[in-house]
Design a protein around this ligand. Sequence first.
Ligand code: ZN
Length: 510
Amino acid sequence: MSYTVVVGAFAHETNTFVSEPVTRSDFQERQEYLDGGVRENLRGTETAVGGVIDVADEEDVELVHTVSAFATPGGVVDDETYDFYTDRILTGVRDHIDELDGVILPLHGAMVSESHTDGEGPLIEAVRDLVGESIPIVVTLDLHGNVSERMVEAADALVAYETYPHLDKAETGRRGMRLLIRAMENAISPAMHFERPPMIAYQPKAYTPDGPMAEVMAHARRLEERDGVLKVNVLPGFYHADILEMGFTVPVVTDDDPDLARQVSRELAELAWEMREAFVEEYPKPAEAIEQARERAADLEPGDGPIVMADFGSNPGGGGASNGTTVLREMLDQGVENAGWAIMYDPEAVDDCLEAGVGNRVTTTIGGKSDDRHGEPIEDIDGYVKAITDGRYVNTGTSHSGQGVQNDIGTTVRFQCGQDDSMTVVLARTRASAFDAEIWRHIGQPPERLSMICIPSLIAFLGDYEPMSSEVILIDTPGTSAVNPARFEYSKIPRPIFPLDDLDEDAYPA
Ligand SMILES: [Zn+2]
């Protein structure tokens, strides 16, 4: 038989250390598709909604699309915006309540609105209130979600990404949808439990191809082979949010067996806790990192590929300003050649370059303009305007941002500066990530031919850049997305927590 399922996607990763609130125009700048526009734009894309559509098409499920909205991670979502998108989803559910068989919500898990520190919990609860207990609700999440009691209570099943960089977004949508279909068929009856060991995992250590997270994820996959276990999620969470719900969580879904869910969740949470020291690391500061990069670059042979570097603190993917100057300044001061930095969010510098025009020199000030957390502006920098584009390109890489997704970041400038003008800075009017390397190609600079590239990112950019790189250097920089949690003042997260507080071996399980 055919089923009718309402889909509502509303995702934001909220960094509560960013003072500027996020409004509807921030969503419209990145992605806001309504009703039929959702399917039109996201079918076949490497997104959770794309995966949901894949399975619906195969399995004769009729989808009722309401919204798909996401904004670049940033400050708290204002109430008006939160209400607008959640109302669209709730209205879709209400309007189809008579023929409805299930609901799937591709969310993030780390949204904070002005009124809710747990942005997702109240939305899932409101949907539950409308549909009652017998209609299943499946929620897909980013791996950086801060899972709350309310989310676990209100949803039938949570299904999170298994990879970071997130290369399984569509697969997560497909997994969620398959689970929902089995629940609608009454073939399963999901039960959930989640554990929250008192620890913070440094974000780069949540890298799933390697290191401690690879080990925890491998164990999660083994646990999923146990009879009755439907899904084992591991979410290291998002600690750039000073909220009570912040934390490393292990939500487990079983078939009608809460005890098994608890047992499996506990086993995996204990493994993560035992490995807590491995989730913390010291990274080089800019001066040291660029010296190291220069030494390596001197030995590069043609075709080796660039040394790729992350500027943690200004990562727009975590709420950073995307205009950090600490690494760029070192690159300029140390006279690096054939290097690149993208994307520098700086509307004023873009305007200066537009005024000068392509083929002309210009003196401008770059970066550090949003606040005093991301380094001082680089003043009176002389450079050459090599190209100006409309900022439209489609993600082509195996990237965290989703293959096939359209970008429209507005007027973008290729600014050549530094040693012999061989440093390319990509300037834009939008605070957007360069996780997909197509940004370079669309502006006429093949990234493979640079010797050094710095991206404001944690490790999300590695999905597309690591295969072309000769080496990766991760850099500890200041900013609202800085990796070391000790750089932030917390007042609301659950304490004590490792590594901010001294905790005994036996602090968990309590
Ligand atoms: Zn994420």
